[in-house]
Design a protein around this ligand. Structure first.
Ligand code: BGC
Length: 261
């Protein structure tokens, strides 16, 4: 039987204390990886994910820090080194979409914060990860972008800009390291049922509107991203690098065109 096997692999998932990160951490662990569960600062939610993983019979530790600050990212990676003695898989999942604001009315400070967390953060983490992965000539760096690396989204220009930039960053770094045993790639999730968009899928009208934007007619579940992350991080995906896989129930295939042009 074909199986996703991450045994012996050491993983770090940023923002693993909720939403997609939590599902990704659980799925990597279910495939046999040891997982560092990163959170900004909340020991309760991070501890709960660590416990979930341990109860399922795998190994996990919690690590904390602000990914938008290089010095704290260094500490996060030092924590992973101390726990696991190195790193084989990095999932850059942590991110925010920020407050909705049209460009003309937006607050530059808020715009910069979204870019700092959603773009600078993955850059700092990728840099640290590569310093560990290149010498061992093995590693996978998986960015969690969004369908909004492709689809414009009024009121979220910082978020869409960060995700599109993260996509090009991914391809560029993948090109840099392709012959050195390290794969760099991205998942673009569509609308997945997590806290980030609970205000939308949590109301019947919001859910109806959302379903119309998805060819399959329903939001995704976090495990539908987590399983794909485990696959892409594994050797089953050994020939995939420098690309984004949309996992979106068909959000990107213009569902409106299913009833006429
Ligand atoms: C956002 C979600 C949204 C989804 C689809 C994601 O990037 O974080 O809030 O539901 O894109 O629009």
């Amino acid at each position: 039987m074909l199986q996703i096997d991450l045994s012996g692999r050491r993983a770090l998932v940023t923002g693993a204390n909720s939403g997609l990160g939590r599902a990704i951490a659980r799925n990597l662990a279910a495939a046999g990886a040891r997982v560092a569960v990163h959170a900004l600062s909340d020991p309760v939610s991070a501890g709960a994910v660590v416990k979930e993983i341990e109860q399922a019979g795998a190994e996990a530790v919690a690590v904390f820090g602000d990914i938008s600050r290089p010095s704290q990212v260094e500490q996060v990676f030092a924590g992973v080194d101390a726990a696991f003695g190195g790193l084989d898989i990095l999932v850059n999942n942590a991110g925010i979409d920020g407050a909705r604001a049209m460009c003309a009315d937006s607050d530059p400070k808020q715009w910069e914060t979204v870019i700092a967390i959603d773009l600078h953060g993955p850059y700092y983490c990728t840099r640290q990860a590569l310093q560990r992965m290149l010498p061992q000539r093995r590693g996978v760096i998986l960015q969690i972008t969004s369908v909004h690396e492709f689809i414009p989204w009024a009121g979220y220009s910082a978020y869409t800009s960060a995700k599109a930039a993260l996509s090009m960053f991914t391809k560029t770094v993948a090109q840099e390291v392709a012959t050195q045993g390290v794969r760099v790639l991205a998942i673009a999730p569509g609308a997945i049922r997590t806290p980030i968009n609970a205000d939308v899928w949590g109301s019947p009208a919001g859910l109806r509107d959302l379903d119309q934007k998805i060819a399959m007619g329903r939001p995704g579940e976090p495990d539908e991203i987590g399983r794909v992350a485990a696959f892409l991080a594994s050797d089953l995906a050994s020939y995939i690098t420098g690309t984004t896989l949309a996992v979106d129930g068909g959000m990107l295939i213009y569902p409106d065109f299913s009833h006429g042009g």
